[in-house]
Write a protein of this length. Structure first.
Length: 367
């Protein structure tokens, strides 16, 4: 009777040991690589040893993350480059861990079952060990602060556009229309502020004055942020070198300088342009190349700034209009396609300027 119960006791002991191991984790010396799935409050950890065997699955609350990693020996930690990723990367590096950030779309291919926190952490742990994986440089707090100037300005510009469109639409209902362009909005604001103008009813004037006041407040806030950006541009050597490129002003130069911390991450200027989504999308098979529109991947803000700068350069720069490459391209392609092609060329030049740490030199001067 006791003979057949011995294996059962052994099995129960093993199950209890596995349960304790899964809840409390293995001995700290076994973990070499960790995948950490970030969240607001609940974090998931997946760790493997040097042979790739799973030795750690653990769920952590936000307050437990740093205490848990402080007890681990230095190891490789993989994170998705998402919200708060740069903050956690800096904190984990301070604990002597090697931290690598990866784009989330590159990690998705390693999820082998239904999506949940544990599966995401396991996929991150698998992806960070791939030799051909592309990683995102960890930004410092100062770099993120300078980037915040651009993000705040972009948000305010959107709010200003929304308010201006609302003011135009409301006044158009009373037959009051101004010419296109932001500089002509002052005419509408003057009409709203003029109390003896009988074309606008008093009840409507009260509402429109609120919109006009908000527009002026946002204008002042945008001007203050642009003043800070210009001051930062004057103190940053990389931004000043980028501003020497035709089609790039202080706004675009500071945006590139804050976003691209290390140009050596990209192997070529074309790879930098591809990261911005300024290269054709491919759908090639069977040896037949098929190219479509641009991929629109990467940083949308930088891509939009470069295309806008290229469009302005095509309209105002005499040197650009006389460029044989631009002339030939204009003869066979639409204007927007020409602007995107010039933005692609500008992005490649910007990468070369950052890499070589020299100001841009036109082709004739360089020759």
């Amino acid at each position: 009777m006791m003979g057949w119960m011995a294996p059962l006791r052994h099995l129960n002991a093993k199950l209890l040991s596995d349960r304790i191991s899964s809840e409390w984790g293995p001995s700290m010396g076994e973990v070499t690589t960790i995948g950490l799935d970030l969240a607001k409050q609940v974090f998931q950890v997946h760790g493997v040893d040097a042979k790739g065997a799973t030795v750690l699955r653990k769920q952590l609350r936000r307050a437990q993350v740093l205490a848990f990693f402080s007890r681990l020996p230095p190891c490789l930690v993989g994170l998705e480059a998402c919200a708060t990723a740069h903050y956690w990367a800096r904190e984990l590096r301070a604990l002597s861990h090697e931290v690598r950030l990866m784009p989330a779309q590159y990690v998705k291919a390693y999820i082998r079952r239904n999506k949940n926190d544990a599966a995401d952490a396991e996929a991150i742990c698998e992806a960070v060990q791939r030799p051909r994986m592309r990683f995102v440089p960890v930004k410092t707090a100062e770099q993120q602060a300078s980037q915040l100037l651009h993000r705040g300005r972009e948000q305010l510009v959107r709010q200003r556009t929304m308010l201006v469109n609302a003011l135009r639409a409301h006044l158009a209902e009373f037959g009051l229309v101004a010419a296109q362009g932001l500089r002509n909005v002052g005419e509408l604001i003057a009409i709203v502020r003029k109390q003896d103008d009988t074309r606008v009813p008093d009840m409507a004037r009260q509402v429109l004055q609120v919109l006009a006041n908000q527009i002026e407040q946002i204008e002042a806030a945008i001007a203050a942020l642009e003043k800070q950006l210009l001051a930062w541009h004057k103190t940053n050597a990389v931004s000043q070198r980028l501003a020497s490129i035709p089609g790039i002003g202080p706004i675009i130069a500071t945006a590139i300088a804050t976003t691209v911390a290390d140009p050596n991450v990209f192997r070529s200027g074309r790879e930098f342009a591809a990261w911005l989504g300024l290269v054709p999308r491919q759908n090639s098979t069977g040896g037949k190349p098929r190219l479509g529109g641009i991929t629109k991947r990467g940083n949308r803000y930088l891509r939009r700034l470069l295309i806008n700068g290229a469009s302005a350069n095509l309209l105002r720069s005499k040197a650009t209009k006389a460029d044989p490459w631009v002339i030939r391209l204009r003869q066979r392609r639409p204007p927007l396609v020409v602007a995107v092609a010039l933005a692609n060329k500008t992005a490649r030049i910007a990468w070369a300027v950052m890499l070589r740490e020299r100001e841009y030199q036109p082709r004739a001067v360089a020759a």
